[in-house]
Design a protein around this ligand. Structure first.
Ligand code: SF4
Length: 329
């Protein structure tokens, strides 16, 4: 069966958290049966924020692979690989960077957004400005038909499509495919302090957290700020915690909480207790799978090695075609 190809990657800049799971990973798992999926550990991208501490990338890469497998990515269905093991990413990045005008990169809204978000590292590097070019190389090397994105990220792909059009027009050959967006509905989840869930903000619930840590984090979650006292009525729609109930708790419990919160029948402490229980129940299969996978670390490395071998052959062939179109070969 000729399945359409999906490509996506994740930076190994730390352990994965629930924001990563519900934002990307869960969706990737569901795409495996329908698409020819390629998922890569974007370790060169991680260098843009970890350049002062690069030795941690290797350790994080392993952690990310363990998280992927625990969450349900299946090496029988998906090709999982490591970006830096395939030098064609760097070579195509260099070639593309020669033809991408700098203003295209400067006007990229995520560049500014991310630069403002990461405060503890100087992100004004040449490499970080050019990350969409590397990202384009990552995608087009595998002739991916789609990249999975949330609805608000769809415009981010436009730059990649523009680069593809420029290349194909310059060298009069349709070497690369313009990647389409595979849009999915991503639930809005914040970190325990109400800001975007991020390892940088130290507000994340990690997939690798144990029961105690999860319970502790739920307990410290920000709720509706209007509920200063137990008898103050609350509003689940502005509460930072309620979206987690929407994911983990049964519908009847969600409805009861919403109504009891509005009438102050329950306090936030009760609500957190209920969430701790349903969340732990929901996370349990992944926690158990993780423990099992960790007993066989060599298997994880072998999965990545085999995936990298397969992906490398494809990347090599695409780069050859690009060089031939450019008459460099
Ligand atoms: S009772 Fe629950 S939903 Fe209502 S404000 Fe407190 S934590 Fe949020």
């Amino acid at each position: 069966m000729n399945r359409k190809r999906i490509l996506s990657g994740m930076q190994p800049s730390g352990k994965l958290h629930l924001g990563n799971y519900f934002g990307d990973l869960k969706n990737w798992v569901s795409l495996q049966d329908e698409f020819d999926c390629y998922f890569f550990i974007a370790d060169w991208h991680a260098l843009s924020s970890l350049y002062e501490d690069p030795h941690r990338i290797k350790e994080f890469s392993f952690e990310v692979a363990v998280d992927w497998l625990s969450a349900g990515l299946d090496p029988e269905k998906s090709t999982m690989f490591v970006q830096s093991e395939i030098p064609e990413h760097a070579e195509l990045h260099l070639i593309l960077s020669m033809m991408v005008p700098v203003p295209w990169l400067e006007r990229n809204p995520t560049y500014k957004e991310k630069k403002d978000e990461i405060k503890n590292v100087d992100m004004s590097s040449y490499g970080f400005l050019g990350y969409p070019v590397l990202q384009t190389a990552d995608i087009v090397l595998y002739k991916a038909d789609y990249v999975p994105v949330g609805i608000d990220q769809a415009p981010h792909l436009e730059l990649s499509r523009e680069i593809v059009r420029r290349f194909n027009k310059l060298y009069k050959k349709k070497v690369f495919i313009e990647p389409g967006a595979k849009i999915s509905d991503i639930p809005k989840l914040s970190g325990i302090d109400g800001r975007k869930m991020s390892k940088t903000y130290n507000n994340a619930i990690f997939l690798s957290d144990g029961e105690k840590e999860v319970g502790k984090k739920v307990k410290s979650m920000l709720t509706d700020p209007a509920r200063a006292r137990r008898e103050d009525p609350g509003d689940p729609d502005v509460c930072n915690l309620y979206p987690f109930h929407k994911i983990y708790s049964p519908k009847a419990m969600q409805d009861e909480i919403a109504s009891d919160c509005k009438t102050a029948k329950i306090g936030c402490g009760d609500c957190k207790k209920m969430l701790s229980e349903t969340m732990l129940e929901g996370m349990k299969p992944m926690m158990e799978k993780r423990q099992d996978i960790l007993t066989r670390p060599d298997e994880v490395k072998e999965i990545l090695r085999a995936g990298t071998l397969k992906a490398h052959a494809l990347a090599k062939s695409t780069l050859e075609q690009a060089k031939q179109a450019m008459k460099l070969k």
